[in-house]
Design a protein around this ligand. Structure first.
Ligand code: C2O
Length: 545
C-alpha cells in the first residue's frame, strides 16, 4: 500500500522558551523535558506509531520534540528525564559497544545539544547515559541538570539522543528536536521573515509496517557475529515535522525555513520542482556573512541550512520541495519516486505587501587567521578489516572509539585539521565544541598506495600525505563557506579545516577549559556502523552508532 502525499498539514511543534522575562528583563530558566513512549500519527491513513517522544509531559510530547528557543547570553537549564519503558521499541544489538543497564532493564538515553558550546558535563557524552528515574547510569554520568550557556552567536542547533551504541535506534524512535539561539537586537535589524513566517523543518526518512509501527530490518549483515547490527538505515517515507510528505499553505511572500536533516543516513539534495530558489542566510549554528542564492543544495545527515524562499516569485499555485540525492550517497540507488518528494507548498493567489527582506550583509564573524593556528593535525578515516569481525571497522587514525583521547586541545586556541577520507563513503564529520571554516577540499591521488601505507604506519606524515594530496580541488559551495559544525568529508579527499575551540564572536564573557572530563567527541554523523568513528575529542570519545 502506498500513502497518499500532501494530505497532512505541516505541524507546528510546541514552542518552549528557554528564558523567563521578569519586569522586561530576560532571566535564566529551568526546563524539565521528559522522554515518553507514546503513539504518534505520521500520516492520516497510517495507524498511530509507537515512538519515543520529547515533551514537557506525555500528553504534549511530539516527534520531533518541542522547539526550544533560547536567548543569546541567557542560561537555559534542562533536566532531561527518561520515562521510557523497560524495553526498546526497535531491535538493537548488545554485541556492539553499547550502553547496558546493569539491571538489564530500561532504555539508556542521554541528550546532546548539537552545535552547543557548553561544559563537557552538559554535552551529553555517549557514556553519560541514564535509564528511567536515573536508575542505571553510564560511567560518565555527571548530574541531572544540564546547563546551556547560550553564549554563542544566534543560530540553529538541534538536540538528539547520544547514548552509546543506541543513538541510531533512539533517533529512529523519535528522540530529536530543534533548538534556536536568538539575539533579538542583532537579528531584528536584519528584518528577515519572522514570527509565523519563520519555521523549522525537521526532515527524516522512516519505513512503516501496515500496523503503523516503524520498520527496521531486524537482521544484521553478519548475523552470526552481530545478530542485529547493520549499516545505514533508509526509510521509504519522507517525514517533515512528524508528518509524511506534508503540505503547507503559504502566503505570496517570503518565508524563512531552518532545515535540519535529522535522518540517520540519508542525504538530501533539495530543489523546488517549479524552479523557486533558496536564499541561504545561515548554516549549522551560524549566519553567513552574505546571502547566497542556489537552485539546489546538498544536506548531509545532521547538517542544517537556513534559507529564505520567496513564494511571490512562483508562477504556479503549488511548489513541491523535492530531493535528488541517491542513497546511500553518493554511490547508491537512484531516488525512488516516494523519497524524491519532500513536501508541498500551496501558494495563495494574491500578492501582498511584504516588509521582510534579505539584506546584502548579514552577520560578520572573524575570518580564520591561519597565523594564529596553534597546531596542525592529520585525521585519517579508513577501514580496517579484521578476520573475525564484521567486514570493516572504521577507524580514525587507526584508533577505535574506546581508546584514550588523542586530540587534546587548549581552550581558546585554533587548529588546522586535515581530514583524510580513505573510505568509499561521504562522511558528514561533526565536531563537538569546535566550530570550523573549511579552507579547502582536495582529491587524493594514488589512494590505494596511501591507504596501504596508512594500514602499516598509521601516520599521515610518515606516509607522505603531501605526495598524495595533489588532486583537483573540490569546490566548497558558497553557502558552506561560513562557520560550521558539520562538513561533508567526500570520499577520496583531504579536507583542510580551521577549527576554533572558543566562541567565534568576541562579546562572550566566559571561556572554558575543554580538557575536563568527560571531554567531547568528534565523529561521523551517519548513524550507521558500529565500528567507528571513535575518536575523540579532547578527552574521551564519542559515540554514535
Ligand atoms: Cu549531533 Cu555527537 O552529535
Amino acid at each position: 500500500t502506498r500513502l497518499q502525499m500532501f494530505v497532512d498539514e505541516l505541524p507546528h511543534m510546541p514552542l518552549l522558551k528557554g528564558f523567563d522575562v521578569v519586569n522586561g528583563v530576560p532571566k535564566p530558566k529551568s526546563l524539565k523535558i521528559g522522554m515518553y513512549m507514546k503513539k504518534w500519527r505520521f500520516h492520516r491513513d497510517l495507524p498511530p506509531t509507537p515512538v519515543f517522544a520529547y515533551g514537557t509531559r506525555k500528553r504534549t510530547a511530539t516527534v520531533p520534540g518541542p522547539t526550544i528557543e533560547a536567548l543569546q547570553g541567557i542560561d537555559t537549564f534542562v533536566t532531561w528525564s527518561n520515562y521510557l519503558p523497560s524495553k526498546h521499541i526497535l531491535p538493537w544489538d548488545p554485541t556492539i559497544p553499547t550502553a547496558l543497564p546493569v539491571t538489564n532493564k530500561g532504555v539508556p538515553t542521554v541528550v546532546h545539544l548539537h552545535g552547543g558550546i557548553h561544559e563537557p558535563e552538559s554535552d551529553g557524552s555517549a557514556n553519560a547515559w541514564f535509564t528511567a528515574d536515573f536508575k542505571d547510569r553510564g560511567p560518565a554520568w555527571p548530574n541531572r541538570r544540564y546547563r546551556y550557556r547560550n553564549q554563542q552567536h544566534p543560530g540553529n542547533l538541534w538536540y538528539h539522543d547520544h547514548a552509546m551504541g543506541l543513538t541510531r535506534v533512539n533517533l529512529l524512535a523519535g528522540l530529536i528536536g530543534a533548538y534556536i539561539v536568538r539575539h533579538p537586537e542583532v537579528e531584528g535589524a536584519l528584518r528577515l521573515p519572522s514570527g509565523e513566517f519563520d519555521r523549522a523543518l525537521v526532515v527524516f526518512d522512516r519505513s512503516f509496517r501496515t500496523d503503523g509501527s516503524i520498520y527496521m530490518n531486524p537482521t544484521g549483515n553478519n548475523p552470526s557475529i552481530h545478530p542485529q547490527w547493520q549499516p545505514e538505515y533508509f526509510g521509504d517515507a519522507i517525514i517533515v515535522n512528524g508528518k509524511a510528505w506534508p503540505q503547507l499553505k503559504v502566503r505570496r511572500r517570503k518565508y524563512r525555513f531552518r532545515i535540519i536533516n535529522a535522518s540517520n543516513a540519508r542525504f538530501f539534495k533539495f530543489f523546488f520542482t517549479n524552479g523557486l530558489r533558496f536564499i541561504h542566510v545561515g548554516s549549522d549554528s551560524a549566519y553567513l556573512g552574505k546571502p547566497v542564492e542556489t537552485k539546489d543544495f546538498l544536506l548531509g545527515p545532521s547538517e542544517i541550512t537556513d534559507v529564505v524562499v520567496d513564494f511571490s516569485k512562483s508562477k504556479n499555485a503549488k511548489a513541491i520541495l523535492a530531493n535528488g540525492a541517491p542513497y546511500p550517497y553518493p554511490s547508491g540507488d537512484p531516488v525512488n519516486s516516494a523519497n524524491s518528494k519532500v513536501m508541498q507548498f500551496l501558494i495563495a493567489d494574491h500578492s501582498e505587501l511584504d516588509a521582510s527582506r534579505v539584506p546584502s550583509r548579514l552577520i560578520q564573524y572573524p575570518v580564520p587567521d591561519i597565523s594564529s593556528t596553534s597546531r596542525t593535525r592529520y585525521i585519517a578515516m579508513y577501514e580496517y578489516t579484521s578476520d573475525i569481525d564484521e567486514p570493516t571497522h572504521l577507524y580514525l587514525n587507526g584508533k577505535s572509539y574506546e581508546e584514550p583521547a588523542t586530540e587534546i586541545v587548549k581552550a581558546g586556541t585554533s587548529e588546522v585539521w586535515n581530514v583524510i577520507n580513505l573510505t568509499e563513503d561521504n562522511h558528514p564529520l561533526h565536531i563537538h565544541l569546535g566550530l570550523f571554516v573549511v579552507l579547502e577540499q582536495r582529491e587524493l591521488v594514488n589512494v590505494e598506495e596511501f591507504t596501504d601505507c596508512m594500514n602499516k604506519l598509521n601516520d599521515a606524515v610518515k606516509c607522505q600525505i603531501s605526495k598524495y594530496a595533489r588532486g583537483k580541488t573540490v569546490e566548497v559551495p558558497a553557502h558552506e563557506k561560513g562557520w560550521k559544525n558539520v562538513f561533508k568529508m567526500r570520499n577520496g579527499t583531504v579536507t583542510k579545516i580551521f577549527l576554533r575551540f572558543a566562541y567565534i564572536h568576541s562579546n562572550a564573557s566566559y571561556e572554558f577549559d575543554p580538557t575536563g572530563e568527560p571531554g567531547y567527541v568528534y565523529h561521523c554523523h551517519t548513524l550507521k556502523t558500529r565500528p567507528l568513528r571513535r575518536s575523540t575529542g579532547y578527552e574521551r570519545f564519542l559515540d554514535t552508532n
